[in-house]
Design a protein around this ligand. Structure first.
Ligand SMILES: Cc1cc2nc3c(=O)[nH]c(=O)nc-3n(C[C@H](O)[C@H](O)[C@H](O)COP(=O)(O)O)c2cc1C
Length: 192
C-alpha cells in the first residue's frame, strides 16, 4: 500500500505565527504516527479576494487550482487556523472559497472536499484557544461536504505553550494533539 499522505495548512502568514508553530508540531506528530507530510504556507498560494466577475473574466486563479491539486494528491488535510473576531481569518475563508470553485476535468466542482478527510486545529493566546474559529471552520468545511473528523484541537494560552525544544509543555495539550493526529490517520486510511 502507498504511504498515507497528509497536507498541513497553517492559516496565518505572520512570521512567528502561533498557528504555524502548532502546525509544525502537528506535522511532527503525524510523521511520528507514520504519515508522509507536506506542510505548506499559504504565502505560496496568494489569491485575490473572491470576486465572481474576476472568475467569469479570467477563471479561477492558478494558485487556487494548484492548491486544489495539491490537496487532491493527499489523503487527508489538517488546517490550523487563527481566530479573528470569533471566526476564521479572511485568508482561510477566501482560500476555501476559491478552492471550492475549482473544477478539473472529469470531476464536479468542489469534489476535492468531498473525497478526503479533514482535521482542524487552532491556537490563540487566550483561554479558549480559538474554539470559536474551529466551530466556524467546521461549518464552512461541512458546507463543502468535507468529512471533518470529530476530534479537534484548540491550543489555549499558545504564546506560553512551548518548551525550548518547541514541543508542547502541557501533557494534556500534547495528548490532545496526538489524539487528533491518530484519528486523522485512522479515518484517512479507511478512505484510501
Ligand atoms: C483582527 C484580529 C482579531 C482577533 N480576534 C481574536 C478572537 O476573536 N479570539 C482570539 O482568541 N484571538 C483573536 N485575535 C488574536 C489572535 O488569536 C492572535 O493575533 C494570534 O496570534 C493570531 O494567530 P497567528 O499567531 O497564527 O498569526 C485576533 C487578532 C486579530 C489580528
Amino acid at each position: 500500500m502507498s504511504a498515507l499522505k497528509i497536507l498541513v495548512i497553517p492559516g496565518s502568514l505572520r512570521s512567528g505565527s502561533l498557528n504555524a508553530r502548532l502546525a509544525a508540531v502537528a506535522a511532527h506528530e503525524l510523521a511520528q504516527a507514520g504519515a508522509e507530510i507536506t506542510r505548506i504556507s499559504l504565502a505560496d498560494f496568494p489569491l485575490p479576494i473572491y470576486d465572481g466577475d474576476l472568475q467569469a473574466k479570467s477563471g479561477v486563479p492558478k494558485h487556487a487550482v494548484n492548491l486544489k491539486r495539491m490537496m487532491a494528491a493527499h489523503h487527508g488535510v489538517l488546517i490550523v487556523t487563527p481566530e479573528y473576531n470569533s471566526s476564521v481569518p479572511a485568508l482561510v475563508k477566501n482560500t476555501i472559497d476559491w478552492v471550492s470553485r475549482v473544477q478539473d476535468a472529469h470531476e464536479t466542482r468542489g469534489q476535492v472536499f468531498r473525497d478526503r478527510v479533514f482535521a482542524i486545529a487552532a491556537a490563540s493566546g487566550n483561554r479558549l484557544g480559538g474554539a470559536r474559529a474551529l466551530a466556524a471552520l467546521r461549518l464552512i468545511l461541512s458546507a463543502c461536504h468535507a468529512q471533518v473528523i470529530p476530534n479537534q484541537f484548540a491550543l489555549a494560552f499558545a504564546d506560553d505553550a512551548y518548551d525550548e525544544m518547541e514541543r508542547l509543555k502541557n501533557a494534556a495539550d500534547s495528548e490532545g494533539l496526538k489524539a487528533l493526529a491518530r484519528q486523522l490517520i485512522d479515518v484517512s486510511q479507511r478512505m484510501m
